[in-house]
Design a protein around this ligand. Structure first.
Ligand SMILES: C[S@@+](CC[C@H](N)C(=O)[O-])C[C@H]1O[C@@H](n2cnc3c(N)ncnc32)[C@H](O)[C@@H]1O
Ligand code: SF4
Length: 361
């Protein structure tokens, strides 16, 4: 009887030992697992990065163009009437937001690092909320290094900066003259509203909401003799793109075009004279017709690449139907010229020296 009681006691002790050893090992094991999880990316992360590397290797082997920097003209509608405009309101189509996001995701998978939203006027559709949501999606979800917009500026409100400013790297505003009458003649205006006052207001908002401010100007017969040095110095943009007015068949020249821009066209020499007059401005980036024509990857409102090699905009099939790799073969993109015109620059505000944040002088 005594022996049975002893055996039962030993059995109980053994059980107790096993369960505490189990407990101790269990918690050590849990801690080790947690630590390993922190050091090594998740399984899906590893799979994703292996997949990306494989995609990249396959693409390089096939010598496929990478869509590093893409311009998405998601709308053609505009509230201005610039007489030289080369992207006119031929349709009023805009993709549903989920389709636009799907396309942006495809571009990211194909290697996109920078997206620029353009138009038409990008702030027109849904009062800028459609644009804002794409900007947020590209920065927050796709984590693109650079998200930018080019706009005439007339529809931008401070509430837009409050809501979406943190997702935007660069805002480019187009201004071709610092003379209101010239802007009226060009058509760079809505009614009698001052394009220039608005430009300076937006410059301040860029300052306040930490968005890099850029300026675009189209040099044409109506502004060719202007000296913009003082105003540009005051605005102090990170980059001042100076374009020679370009003709595109079917857009601003030839049959079926909505604009006739021949009267705006200037010669190479006239363009050079304008550049010489502004040679003291360090942020000036000139773009002659030759540099501009094929050095942009342009997507239209259907997400079709536009090939400008023949002097018109010939569309590919949509990347939403055939994928980026196939569509990009019909883009006519000249990567060498893209690099030559300085297409790759410091385009992420995270990398920028915050000098540009200095107040408007
Ligand atoms: C088509 S607009 C669309 C964005 C916006 N509506 C704006 O004007 O900024 C994009 C850029 O192209 C420029 N642009 C328009 N027509 C041009 C032309 N014929 N030659 C060179 N640049 C042109 C505009 O000044 C603007 O900087
Ligand atoms: S260039 Fe002028 S007309 Fe053309 S989209 Fe821009 S603001 Fe509108």
């Amino acid at each position: 009887m005594l022996l049975i009681t002893h055996l039962a006691f030993v059995k109980m002790l053994l059980k107790l030992c096993i369960s505490s050893v189990h407990g101790i090992f269990g918690s050590i094991l849990k801690k080790v697992c947690l630590w390993v999880d922190k050091q090594v990316p998740s399984r899906t992360g590893v799979i994703e990065s292996v997949k990306n590397e494989r995609n990249h290797a396959e693409r390089t082997a096939k010598d496929v163009t990478t869509p590093t920097s893409v311009n998405y003209h998601f709308t053609r509608k505009c509230n201005y009437k610039c007489g030289f405009c080369f992207h006119t309101a031929k349709t009023s189509f805009v993709l549903p937001i989920e389709e636009a996001k799907r396309g942006l995701h495809l571009l990211k998978e194909a290697g996109m690092e920078k997206i620029n939203f353009s138009g038409g006027e990008p702030f027109l559709h849904e009062r800028g909320d459609f644009l804002g949501e794409m900007v947020r999606y590209c920065k927050e979800e796709l984590q693109l290094p650079s998200v930018s917009i080019v706009s005439n500026g007339s529809m931008i409100k401070e509430r837009w900066f409050k809501k979406y400013g943190k997702y935007l790297d660069i805002l480019a505003i187009s201004c071709d003259s610092f003379d209101e009458d010239t802007n009226q003649v060009i058509g760079r205006a809505q009614g009698q509203k001052s394009h220039i006052d608005n430009l300076f207001r937006i410059r301040e908002w860029c300052q306040d909401y930490k968005v890099a401010f850029k300026l675009n100007s189209v040099i044409n017969t109506f502004n060719i003799d202007e000296d913009m040095t003082e105003n540009i110095t005051q605005l102090n943009p990170v980059r001042w793109k100076v374009f020679q007015c370009l003709l595109i068949d079917g857009e601003n020249a030839g049959e079926n075009s909505l604009r006739e821009a021949e009267r705006f066209v200037i010669s190479e020499q006239q363009f050079q004279d304008f550049l010489n007059r502004h040679s003291s401005i360090k942020c000036l980036v000139p773009e002659s017709n030759e540099k501009m024509r094929d050095s942009y990857l342009i997507l239209d409102e259907y997400m079709r690449f536009l090939d400008c090699r023949e002097g018109r905009k010939d569309p590919s099939k949509s990347i939403l139907d055939i994928g980026v790799e196939e569509a990009i073969q019909f883009s006519g993109f000249d990567e060498k010229m893209f690099l030559k015109r300085g297409g790759k620059y410091m385009w992420s505000k995270a990398d920028m020296n915050l000098e540009w944040i200095s107040r408007v002088r």
